[in-house]
Design a protein around this ligand. Structure first.
Ligand SMILES: *Cc1c(COP(=O)(O)O)cnc(C)c1O
Length: 371
């Protein structure tokens, strides 16, 4: 049975061309396409083969079920876990998933090394350096620990990485500080790791904004899905949106001046109005926080959300649309209609969130069509 009330569409072509663009931009560096959280809600299983065809050497994941999806697809690609693994996760990974793990503590390094020795085959790992993200990893001046990790017999250090805290901000000062810290770690590690170790620091924002010359791998998520990570910079025009979300008009009503609309009566009509009800709400992943803030497109016009977003109904003011709006007409929640466009970033900015949250919810809560 098809959904009629919401249409979530993912453009596989745009995903592919975004990756090709990033591929060209960063070469000769390798590319890790970040596909955690079900490919940011876009569908891991459906998109992973395209990521590989488009040139990803690595796919970035967080969980073992995500890794299993890739392994069952039989794709020829390396997997990098983008967070610290738990003991059970590491064990499974060693036994059957072959994920390249982050090492950010001696404890994890030893755990993996012992397993590698027992197996008689070294386990590939990436040393995680905390240059300012503050969530995990070694500081560059933990010289003794770093030396110890490099001396362990059962692991093979294939990468050294760090993660930026604010490469999407207006001011790149802290990012440049992080790059300096990383350079210090590189100096410390130089004598202990192989010279063809992959160093990697850049996420989407950094890849778009800062040269990656000194590293051999980038880890890019958002840009592959055609979204930019903040309002402080523009993506190159080659990066095109991948997901769009549409619904239909469920009812059009004339509402006189002075009436309230929705739960909590948070909106009062200031004039005789035309209000359209849409058959979607936060049950479809349209953020509840968009009450009195969201915008939708109908007949190519921007129409404001009025009142609360309910679980399965949202109300919009269509008084200013010159042409008649009818039951069943198309409504764009995210995407283009006529000359207008609404992006995930624009909506997210309205309630201090990030596009990924809306992508995720839309992808998780609805059927997705791949075109
Ligand atoms: C999620 C993640 C990325 C990708 O970030 P984007 O901003 O989506 O490109 C890169 N590196 C790490 C460690 C991550 O967790």
């Amino acid at each position: 049975m098809n959904q009629h009330h919401i249409e979530v569409t993912v453009s596989v072509d745009n995903f592919k061309s975004n990756i090709s663009h990033i591929r060209d931009r960063v070469q000769p560096a390798q590319l890790c396409v970040v596909m955690k959280a079900n490919a940011y809600g876009h569908g891991l299983q459906q998109l992973a083969p395209t990521a590989v065809v488009a040139g990803a050497e690595y796919i970035g994941i967080c969980t073992n079920p995500e890794a299993t999806v890739i392994r069952e697809l039989g794709l020829d690609v390396k997997l990098l876990r983008l967070r610290m693994g738990l003991p059970e996760e590491l064990q499974e990974s060693i036994d059957s998933l072959n994920i390249e793990e982050q090492v950010g503590t001696i404890e994890v390094a030893k755990y993996l090394s012992e397993a590698g020795v027992k197996r008689g085959k070294k386990i590939p790992v990436h040393i995680n350096i905390d240059t300012g993200m503050g969530r995990s990893g070694f500081f560059f001046n933990q010289t003794e620990e770093l030396k110890q990790v490099c001396g362990l017999p059962g692991i093979n250090i294939v990468g050294v990485m760090t993660h930026f805290a604010s490469s999407d901000g207006k001011d790149l000062g802290f990012t440049h500080y992080q790059i300096e810290q990383f350079e210090k770690a590189r100096q410390v590690l130089k004598n202990y790791v192989s010279h063809n170790v992959l160093t990697h620091t850049h996420n989407s924002a950094a890849t778009v904004r800062i040269s990656n010359e000194s590293n051999q791998l980038v880890r890019v998520g958002a840009a592959c899905y055609g979204v930019r990570t903040s309002q402080d910079f523009e993506n190159p025009p080659e990066l095109k949106p991948v997901m769009s979300v549409k619904t239909r008009v469920a009812q059009v009503r004339k509402v006189p001046k002075g009436k309230t609309i929705g739960y909590g009566s948070l909106f009062t009509t200031q004039r005789d109005s035309l209000i359209a009800s849409l058959p979607v709400g936060f049950g479809e992943g349209y953020p509840r926080s968009l009450f009195n803030k969201g915008i939708v497109l109908i007949k190519g016009h921007r129409c404001p959300v009025v009142g609360r977003v309910s679980l399965n109904i949202t109300t919009v003011d269509i008084t200013d649309i010159p042409e008649p709006v009818e039951w069943g007409d198309e409504v764009v929640l995210v995407g283009t209609q006529g000359k207008e466009e609404i992006t995930f970033e624009e909506l997210a900015d309205k309630f201090a969130s990030v596009h990924t949250e809306i992508n995720l919810m839309a992808g998780f809560m609805n059927q997705v069509s791949y075109v």
